[in-house]
Design a protein around this ligand. Structure first.
Ligand SMILES: *Cc1c(COP(=O)(O)O)cnc(C)c1O
Length: 358
């Protein structure tokens, strides 16, 4: 193994997919496998397929192409509204895109028509998180106006919460889509899909509070990490340890715990603060902010604490580990979703599939 490395246990991911699918099936909800957190890694896509998923989604067109390169011919949804230069690729590689702007729909329609193709779109509704979406009071008019695009098919309504505003999904805010669906169907327009949210809506489903009109959820973190970061709780039956980070120790020295000299800003423009803990045994692991998000990394050795990091150095306090480490040793870390996402997308981090897997 070369370091830093992320090791992926694909059978845990498959297990998580099976567990969550079992529950969702009972509520009549289909699940989309979201691949943006893992750079659409082929073996993770395979783990999704092994778990029984048949629909994929990603926010980036590059990842959509990776999914197609893997040979996946099923339904792919683009989770972020297309940029102008992406329109042609979206029509070519994506079945359904999430949209919020009439101008973008006009471009999609034009491109699809020129190619003699059809493209489906879901209208995203802002039910309160204040990231993307048409405001609820404008949705019906938006959908009616968009009916003029002959090469596009209106495929339904979607919502996203828990991302920008950190708003939790509820029966009430999810229910806004149900009301809108009824309004739109009264105009004689079918609404086949209600895309009711992401991992953070799973607890609602498990509690039986997800409105029955919701047809699908778009899940990344739940499958990959077995956890709902927005609600800050594990998903029942799912496991949290599919991804492990490994980093090699390149320095061990006893040193004072507080810097000496006038404090300016650190390399990222922040003013650091320190607590004087006396002289401590410090280790540097060869991994940094270009590879992981500090908040989403935890040493598996509970005697070790993370003191901070710069772009390429992770500063660890190993005093309590009492000589357990030497230069060249490899330390193992658990990753939160943000850590998985950064480690999987960093070109500096080697990716391995756990032995006996895939
Ligand atoms: C990232 C994303 C998802 C998946 O979110 P998870 O928290 O990983 O389940 C779903 N929908 C949209 C629009 C997204 O951007």
């Amino acid at each position: 193994m070369r370091y830093p490395a992320v090791e992926i246990n694909t059978s845990i991911i498959t297990h998580n997919v099976r567990e969550i699918r079992e529950e969702s099936k009972q509520h009549g909800v289909e699940l989309m496998g979201v691949t943006k957190g893992i750079l659409a890694h082929p073996q993770v896509i395979q783990a999704y397929l092994d778990g029984g998923l048949s629909k994929m989604g990603d926010a980036r067109i590059q990842n959509v192409k990776r999914i197609r390169d893997y040979g996946f011919l099923g339904e792919i949804t683009l989770l972020r509204a297309p940029m102008v230069k992406e329109i042609s690729d979206v029509v070519d590689f994506v079945d359904i895109s999430l949209n919020t702007e009439m101008e973008t729909l006009a471009l999609l329609n034009e491109d699809a028509m020129r190619k003699g193709k059809r493209h489906k779109y879901i209208v995203m509704v802002d039910v309160g998180d204040r990231r993307e979406g048409v405001l609820p009071e404008e949705v019906k008019a938006f959908v009616l106006t968009a009916q003029k695009y002959e090469s596009l098919d209106f495929w339904g309504l979607g919502l996203n919460v828990g991302c920008f505003g950190g708003v939790l999904p509820t029966k009430e805010n999810t229910g806004i889509l149900v009301t809108l669906k009824e309004e739109i169907e009264r105009e004689g327009i079918q609404v086949p899909v209600i895309s009711g949210g992401s991992t953070c809506s799973l607890p609602l489903l498990y509690r039986g509070e997800l409105p029955k009109e919701v047809t699908e959820l778009r899940v990344g973190e739940g499958f990959l990490n077995g956890f709902d970061s927005v609600g800050d709780e594990p998903i029942p039956g799912a496991q949290q340890n599919a991804f492990k980070l490994y980093a090699q120790i390149i320095e061990i020295k006893k040193r004072p715990s507080i810097p000496k000299g006038t404090i300016g800003r650190d390399a990222f423009g922040y003013v650091p603060t320190f607590q004087d803990k006396g002289t401590r045994e410090r280790a540097i692991a060869a991994v940094g902010k270009q590879d992981v998000i500090l908040d989403a990394v935890r040493p598996d050795d509970s005697r070790v604490t993370i003191e901070g990091a710069s772009s390429d150095h992770l500063i660890l306090d190993i005093t309590e580990s009492e000589g357990a480490y030497k230069i060249g040793d490899v330390m193992r870390f658990s990753l939160g979703y943000g850590g998985i996402l950064l480690a999987m997308t960093s070109p500096y981090v080697h990716k391995y599939i756990a032995k006996g897997q895939g």
